[in-house]
Write a protein that binds this ligand. Structure first.
Ligand code: GLU
Length: 420
């Protein structure tokens, strides 16, 4: 099993990062092993009746990295290429992210291999409900709380909530986060990840003495995270010059209007052919000069090939795992890029998920203003903690952020001891 996981390039990358951090922290062997490997890897087959009457079988995974500090927390992704190794890597990263942010959770992640872009709403609903039913016995408000991720949104969460609540015979909003507000979802959750990315980008700009007003940004990915990062950055007075998604990449040096682009995407299905910008090559987009580069799509897009040519001052990792360890080494060596590592940069989503769960458990709700201001406080604390740690230990932001997360988990494992 260990070797199967290590053979996956994304898990291999998460494991390599972990080993580096474990060496840095001088973790003792027993704790190190327990921190590294996932507790539960669940795979289920999901037969679904398609609109044309055929039955198609999909596969879904849920990985629970560990439950030592509380329920596991993390998204559920729909993507044609998702696999168990990738999901296990994403679960491990969620672990360090929750620990770094001081949230009482372990890390989890789920993925169903499917292409939501080619499926009707009815097909997606049947698939989501079947998954919720199949893994119903392994999730729960104190065990595993899912949330949206790539390819899923509040509606998918509503179907999971309904399926789980039907199984239980009562309304259980605290089993899922990122759900619609009318089902006791939290105000501010939809924009939380993108808002956090933009907020942290302004904190990094401040540290570099670059004025926020007029600072330029390039964003790869215009899904939930990329689009809200763009609108929040524009709200702060930044200029989002380039944006890409799977349909293509666009450029406008005077700044793209995220609201107009969102409308265009809703009508046409992608950013390509947006009338108020020019087309640009998607690979080239990452190499344009800008203050903030935001990879907001999938893993492993900043590589040894493009890292030497990046022309950004800040790399704000809105996606999980966008930078390979080889690229990390190049960025560290260059020393001219301020890295906002994924486990901090995109932690706005899971932090507001935590707020949502707390509100649900108390049957109480906060205003959007309260939510976003509590979010900024938490992100700022983690940002400052990271900067003091890295300057004290003279290490990179990547190593520092992961070390703060891993150290917290390792301490808990050690104190709890090993059963039996
Ligand atoms: N999918 C998001 C992430 O990768 C959010 C997870 C959550 O809210 O639980 O952080």
């Amino acid at each position: 099993m260990k070797q199967d996981l290590l053979n996956d390039p994304v898990f291999g990358m998460a494991a390599e990062q972990f080993d580096r951090v474990a060496d840095f922290l001088k973790l003792e062997e027993q704790v190190r092993e327990r921190c590294k490997w996932p507790k539960r890897l669940i795979t289920v087959s999901l037969p679904v009746t398609m609109d044309d009457g055929r039955t198609e079988v999909f596969f879904g995974h849920r990985v629970q990295h560990h439950l030592s500090r509380g329920p596991v927390k993390g998204g559920l992704r729909f993507h044609p290429k998702v696999n168990l190794g990738e999901v296990a890597a994403l679960a491990m990263w969620m672990n360090w992210k929750c620990a770094l942010m001081g949230l009482p959770y372990g890390g989890g992640k789920g993925g169903i291999m499917c292409d939501p872009r080619t499926m009707s709403a009815g097909e997606q609903e049947r698939l989501t409900r079947r998954f919720a039913q199949e893994i119903g016995q392994f999730i729960g408000p104190e065990v595993d709380v899912m949330a949206p991720d790539v390819g899923t949104n509040a509606q998918h969460m509503a179907w999971i909530l309904d399926t789980y609540s039907t199984r239980e015979g009562r309304f259980v909003p605290e089993v899922i986060t990122g759900k619609p507000v009318e089902l006791q979802g939290s105000e501010g959750r939809t924009q939380a990840t993108g808002h956090g990315v933009a907020f942290l980008a302004t904190r990094a700009l401040n540290k570099l003495n670059i004025p926020v007003q007029g600072a330029s940004a390039v964003i790869q990915g215009f899904g939930n995270v990329g689009s809200y990062a763009a609108s929040t950055m524009a709200f702060y007075g930044m200029k989002v010059r380039g944006i890409s998604d799977i349909t293509g990449a666009i450029w406008n040096s005077s700044g793209i209007d995220p609201a107009a682009l969102r409308k265009h995407v809703a009508e046409t299905g992608g950013v390509a052919r947006f009338p108020e910008a020019e087309a640009i090559n998607a690979e080239e987009l990452l190499l344009q000069e800008c203050d903030v580069l935001v990879p907001a799509a999938l893993e492993r897009v900043i590589t040894a090939e493009n890292a030497p040519d990046l022309k950004c001052r800040i790399l704000a990792e809105a996606a999980n795992g966008p930078t390979t360890p080889e690229a990390d080494a190049i960025i560290e060596e260059r020393g001219d890029i301020f890295l906002l590592p994924d486990v901090l940069c995109n932690a706005g989503g899971v932090t507001v998920s935590y707020f949502e769960w707390v509100q649900n458990l108390q049957r109480f709700s906060w205003t959007k203003k309260e939510v976003l201001s509590k979010l900024e406080t938490k992100l700022n604390e983690a940002f400052e903690r990271l900067l003091s740690f890295t300057s004290e230990k003279s290490c990179s932001h990547r190593l520092g952020a992961l070390a703060l997360g891993v150290e917290t988990v390792a301490r808990v494992k050690k104190t709890r001891g090993l059963f039996p």
